[in-house]
Design a protein around this ligand. Structure first.
Ligand code: ATP
Ligand code: MG
Ligand code: MG
Ligand code: MG
Length: 574
């Protein structure tokens, strides 16, 4: 590729609605362009990365004997009514009508359609097992689309569906997919973790999520460094429930990404109220102005009155991190705070009343609040908290708890859900009457599994894990280009042009995805572009070096360039 014939459009500043680093960098690197809320054009530079993700996914799915097909985007409502999901999916399901008034769903996923395909195609056990997949546009009318491709409304997913004759077969298909996912995420070059997940509304018998590890991830992952135990927070909590005294209060830990905070606090408040939990403790990690995580402070939210809450008190409570409260009285006992006077132990901090509010409007207030509103607490702590970030998880499970498998203590890290595998069982095949005939000619429902990968979300997740102050650092397998050639004076020096063209041809012949920057930019601007875009390998071709038989190589993570003999450059990169 020649840069002059490609489309490169970089920005110095990210648009103000880009809240997290991956969104900012993707906008600045010209990878995506916003069309509407949660809807983006994949620009040429971004599409190149998406195609690389897809190629790896496709190769490993095919290796795992999954078969590609392509199901429609627009799906008749009748199919969704058969499984009851037309109603159950609620507002997230995008519905449209045709000119005759017939209703359709724009697919958020494709269990119904694939089950419909299979019920008419599969007659006998001899045709099993089967696994169909496609890589297709999805639409989910997310309540709060955000973070660019990370939580879009329109996005690309790879979804696969396995069909087996019995439970053992389905579990085998599940394992094959689990292993394929492990290969896929390994090939992406990302640090990831598979965790047990709750099946939730989808039903079935088992489920795992694959998470890219990133401190900015929306999900908390609970794992044991000394064993194989790993679960997402919901699954860990479900396990812990019952093994603990029912909490009259819940410990809430928080971490940094500021964008999610208000919504999450509101969600938590809702959960707390529905569980008649009256006390919430928040750990707030201060974020320094340079974006670094700072000092931790502990605050407490007291919800009082029997669902007729009329005020919320917020104050500092040190040393709360590992304590679970059961009653308001216990707080008084432990911390010597009296309701209405929450503050560091032993001090007479001023009361910090947010406002007089009812439960009903508190959640609205928090959802709609900006930081300043939420932290309206008077002189006491507004002063030293430059950018308080609250992302709250309601936790019964905290760092340092013993593991459930008796092999150590739990650690917690954050992740971005990029893949999800489910053992579905017969939920869909029974409601849609998808059966096969066994050896005895008896009809039985098909055992199903389903397996998703958020293709476009991978881009955001990869960047959240790999960036620096200059821009994106793509793992080679996902980079839009693996190598950029930066000639110094391509249009001025015959020697430079000739050697650049030769090297370009040699790199292409060696199967390297290479681009020549022949735009005639000054070196500073040229280098800044490619550092922002995140190309892993850069070779500078200049007259002076050439006279000594050298080119200058710099890896994206290197702090300085290395001279490499002209003849060895391609091997050096390979
Ligand atoms: P989330 O918990 O983030 O809302 P989900 O559990 O609803 O995701 P699944 O139904 O498990 O998503 O879909 C499979 C995969 O599709 C997810 O693991 C994720 O990678 C991706 N995905 C889901 N929703 C979105 C979205 N709004 N934008 C981009 N990718 C998404
Ligand atoms: Mg979702
Ligand atoms: Mg999820
Ligand atoms: Mg999921």
């Amino acid at each position: 590729m020649r840069a002059s014939r490609f489309f490169i459009s970089t920005l110095k500043e990210a648009p103000s609605d880009a809240e997290i680093v991956s969104h900012q960098l993707m906008m600045r690197a010209g990878m995506i362009k916003r069309l509407g809320s949660g809807i983006y054009t994949y620009m040429p530079m971004g599409l190149k990365v998406i195609r690389k993700v897809e190629a790896i996914v496709r190769e490993e799915m095919n290796n795992a004997a999954a078969i590609e097909l392509l199901m429609p985007l627009v799906q008749p409502a009748e199919l969704w009514q058969e499984t009851g999901r037309w109603d159950k999916m609620g507002a997230e399901l995008m519905r449209v009508k045709d000119r005759h008034g017939r209703e359709f769903a724009i697919q958020p996923t494709s269990e119904e359609v694939i089950t419909d395909v299979v019920r008419s195609e599969i007659k006998s056990y001899k045709q099993l097992p089967l696994n169909f997949y496609h890589i297709q546009t999805k639409f989910r009318d997310e309540r709060r689309p955000r973070f660019g491709l990370m939580r879009g409304r329109e996005f690309t997913m790879k979804d696969a569906y396995s069909f087996d004759r019995d439970l053992a077969g389905m579990q085998q298909s599940y394992k094959v997919m689990f292993d394929a996912y492990t290969r896929i995420f390994t090939r992406f070059g990302l640090k990831f973790r598979a965790v047990a997940a709750d099946n939730g509304a989808i039903g079935g018998t088992g489920s795992h999520e694959f998470h890219v590890i990133a401190s900015t991830g929306e999900d908390a992952l609970v794992y044991c460094p000394d064993s194989d135990y790993a679960a997402n927070m919901e699954a860990a909590e479900a396990l812990a429930t019952g093994t603990r005294p029912a909490p009259g209060a819940a410990l809430v830990k928080t971490s940094t990404p500021k964008a999610a905070k208000c919504e999450d606090v509101a969600k938590l408040l809702g959960t707390a109220l529905s569980n008649t939990i009256k006390t919430l403790a928040l750990t707030v990690e201060q974020q320094g102005e340079d974006g670094t995580a700072g000092k931790k402070q502990y605050f407490m939210l007291l919800l009082r009155g029997d669902h007729e809450l009329n005020e919320i008190k917020v104050g500092k409570v040190p040393g709360l991190a590992n304590h679970r409260f059961s009653t308001e009285a216990e707080i008084l006992e432990v911390y010597g705070c009296i309701p209405g006077y929450l503050g560091p132990i032993g001090t007479k901090a001023p009361v910090t009343v947010v406002a007089d509010r009812t439960v009903a409007n508190m959640a609205d207030f928090i959802t709609g609040a900006n930081e300043a509103d939420f932290h309206y607490t008077g002189a006491n702590w507004g002063r030293d908290v430059a950018e308080p970030a609250i992302v709250a998880d309601l936790r019964n499970v905290v760092e340092g708890d013993p593991s459930p498998d008796g092999k150590g203590v739990l650690a917690i890290e954050r992740g971005i859900e990029v893949g999800h595998v489910f053992q579905l069982g017969t939920a869909y095949s029974e409601s849609m009457k998808a059966t096969f005939l066994d050896e005895n000619g008896k009809a039985a429902p098909l055992q199903m599994g389903c397996y998703g990968i958020g293709v476009t979300r991978i881009l955001g997740a990869a960047i959240e894990q790999n960036f620096d102050e200059k821009g994106i650092i793509w793992p080679t397998s996902l980079a839009p280009f693996e190598l950029v050639l930066c000639p110094m004076g391509y249009d001025r020096s015959e020697l430079v042009k000739e050697e650049t063209d030769k090297l370009y041809a040699a790199a292409q012949a060696a199967g390297i995805d290479v681009i020549v920057d022949d735009r005639g930019l000054r070196p500073g601007a040229m280098f800044a572009d490619w550092e922002l875009i995140g190309v892993p390998h850069r070779v500078v071709i200049g007259e002076r070096g050439l006279k000594e038989g050298n080119l200058e190589y710099q890896g994206r993570r290197d702090t300085e360039a290395t001279p490499v003999p002209l003849a060895e450059v391609v091997d050096f990169i390979k």
